[in-house]
Design a protein around this ligand. Structure first.
Ligand code: AGP
Length: 609
């Protein structure tokens, strides 16, 4: 939930670090800082606020001049956003940046205080700097690191510099992502690849309990005992352009517009001869026939993609599917075992709760399938089988294209599941797959109607609370539409199964409360319309998002967005419809003066509990 960077080379280190932090700002942005060697001294500049505040401070106080250093952009976990709580943290000969949570920091702080250490911040991270200094007595950085790591409990990605070694950067990780960039005569550490993509595409994934040293000789890797190890180098599939806005005002709008292409790419990668084919990733029809039950566990938007998948798999394959919030699943002692399939969905592949749920599922002997957007991420590497979605780099905190490629992949899985269990025949399999293949075009048609979505958003701009309602697939979509809106517009929004509203919550409906109704499921449209009439009768401002040609009694609907899905099966309608909800959320955020790419209190990848 924070971004860390480090650099050693011949470039202007301050520029490289600030550039990298800008690319990682989506990971946290309540404070920032850098520490750069100037000769044998370390100059640290840090401040509360976004990177713009940091740039102003650098202009005021002077930019550190050097070629080696570390940097950090923070999402506060311990201690409010403040100059003192900003990273980097220094103590004695050591300066560090940290992403993660040190769970035993209080007892370590107590011990270090007894050793005479004093603390300037309320953070858990500063304790790591002190502990490293405590073990640095022999002036051996690697020894200090291995001894310190033995005592840490929790999660960390650390960037570390030692004052006596002005041309070295160390890093270590456990539970939080850290990647090493390898250039010509220069090297980098970062929480995510975009931070150094403009300088090199060669990278190495640091795994849990591994250490790396950048120095003028190059890059060396060690295990947690300080024993040198060798690591595989990889080439990033993304290019610099994907890490930029390319003319769009926000990453979120760019990523919404990328959906037709990335959905097409993802569908093509999982389809052979017109039908879904997962044999390349090791998922066979025999396996699909053998599962008694399916669990889908994830967080946030990824979980809501799982709910769409639940409805599709149960409808077609007739196998029970339970969707579980990952942070619940991991602690609820779930009844899961060998004949079950546990699907974990994660854009980043690094979400701590989802990773922990996956680890639990494996312990219980279930077969595990990950649907991730970041190849080689922790979750991708941990699962038995992995579907790599091809949304490309998703930078905006609010997930859009990742959700779309998640449900596109999961629809294909649902089709194959049903075919493997002989719930549908080969012709139906081909027909459904062909229908799904048409969705990119339908998605584009909806994105082209962004003006109408902007108008709907303009009707919400002064709202402080609203509801989304729907039934079946429309309910699943309401959940995602509600999250998208509230997380970037800060309007309080709740999603409800339309039939459930009258069991209590309808008491909150009063004059002009907006109720956004998703009404696309023809087999239950009358029931949904009844619910619309119920809220309308109580003064609600009813917005209908429906299939083109849907009619409502006079006075039921205040605003209507009719979407042309062509011949698309109702089951597939969430895939294009979500784009309208994303655009409504995006414009609501803009109209309320927010930054949709960096909503308050949020971070792109929640790598702590
Ligand atoms: C999405 O808009 C949210 N920012 C958030 O709910 C996100 O989907 C969730 O944190 C899961 O992230 P993941 O897909 O990377 O695991």
């Amino acid at each position: 939930m924070c971004g860390i960077v480090g650099y050693l080379g011949q470039r202007d280190c301050t520029e490289v670090l600030m550039d990298g932090l800008e690319k990682l700002e989506y990971r946290g942005y309540d404070s920032a800082g850098i520490a750069v060697f100037e000769g044998r001294d370390i100059k640290t500049v840090k401040t509360r606020g976004k990177l713009t505040a940091m740039k102003e401070k650098l202009e005021r106080e002077g930019r550190p001049q050097g070629h080696c250093g570390i940097g950090h952009t923070r999402w506060a976990t311990h201690g409010e956003p403040s100059d003192a709580n900003s990273h980097p943290h220094s103590n004695g000969r050591v300066t560090i940046v940290h992403n993660g949570i040190i769970e035993n920091y209080a007892e370590l702080k107590q011990f270090l205080t007894e050793q005479g250490y004093t603390f300037l911040s309320q953070t858990d991270s500063e304790v790591v700097a002190c502990l490293l200094d405590y073990y640095y007595s022999e002036r051996n950085p690697l020894h200090a690191i291995t001894e310190t790591l033995k005592e840490l409990r929790g999660s960390y990605a650390l960037g570390i510099i030692f004052k006596d070694f002005p041309e070295r950067v160390y890093a270590a990780r456990c539970g939080s992502p850290l990647i090493v960039g390898v250039g010509q005569g220069e090297s980098f550490i970062a929480s995510d690849i975009p931070a150094f993509l403009k300088y090199t595409k060669d990278y190495v994934l640091l795994e849990d309990n591994e250490i790396v040293r950048l120095d003028t000789e190059g890059v060396m890797f060690f295990d947690v005992h300080g024993i040198q190890i060798s690591k595989e180098r990889r080439i990033a599939e993304w290019d610099v352009e994907q890490a930029q806005k390319c003319g769009y005002p926000h990453y979120m709008l760019k990523e919404i517009h990328e959906q037709p292409g990335v959905v097409q790419k993802t569908l093509d990668s999982l389809t052979k001869d017109g039908i879904p084919d997962f044999t390349d990733i090791g998922l066979t029809d025999d396996m699909l026939r053998g599962f008694n039950k399916v669990f889908i566990t994830a967080c946030g938007t990824a979980m809501y993609a799982g709910i769409v998948a639940k409805y599709a798999i149960e409808k077609l394959a007739r196998v029970p599917v339970a969707v579980e919030i990952a942070s619940e699943f991991r602690y609820m002692d779930p009844i899961v075992g060998e004949n079950d399939l546990v699907i974990v969905v994660s854009q980043s592949g690094e979400t701590a709760d989802t990773k922990a749920a996956l680890e639990l599922a494996k312990e219980r002997g279930a077969k595990t399938l990950a649907v991730v957007n970041v190849k080689y991420s922790a979750i991708a590497r941990l699962a038995d089988i992995c579907i790599n979605t091809l949304a490309g780099l998703e930078i905006a905190v609010a997930s859009t294209k990742a959700y779309s490629v998640q449900i596109a992949s999961l629809y294909l899985l649902a089709f194959r599941f049903a075919y493997a269990r002989e719930a549908i025949d080969a012709d139906e399999l081909k027909r459904l797959t062909a229908q799904l293949a048409k969705t990119p075009e339908v998605i584009q048609n909806i994105i082209d109607r962004c003006d109408e979505c902007q108008f709907i958003a303009s009707q919400l701009v002064n709202t402080e609370t609203l509801f989304f309602i729907g039934r079946g697939f429309d309910y699943a979509l309401s959940l995602e539409g509600s999250l998208k809106l509230k997380e970037i517009s800060y309007i309080h929004s709740e999603a409800y199964a339309a039939g459930e509203l009258k069991h209590g919550t309808i008491s909150l409906i009063e004059q002009n409360i907006p109720v956004i109704t998703i009404a696309t499921q023809s087999h239950i449209i009358e029931k949904t319309i009844s619910n619309m009439e119920e809220v309308k009768a109580r003064g609600a401002f009813v917005i209908a998002i429906c299939r083109k040609g849907t009619t409502f009694a006079d006075g039921t609907v205040d605003l209507k967005l009719e979407l042309d899905f062509g011949e698309l099966n109702d089951m597939l309608v969430p895939l294009p419809t979500v784009c309208a909800l994303q655009l409504i959320a995006y414009y609501s955020s803009i109209l309320r003066g927010n930054d949709p790419d960096k909503p308050r209190n949020l971070a792109k990848s929640v790598t702590t509990e």
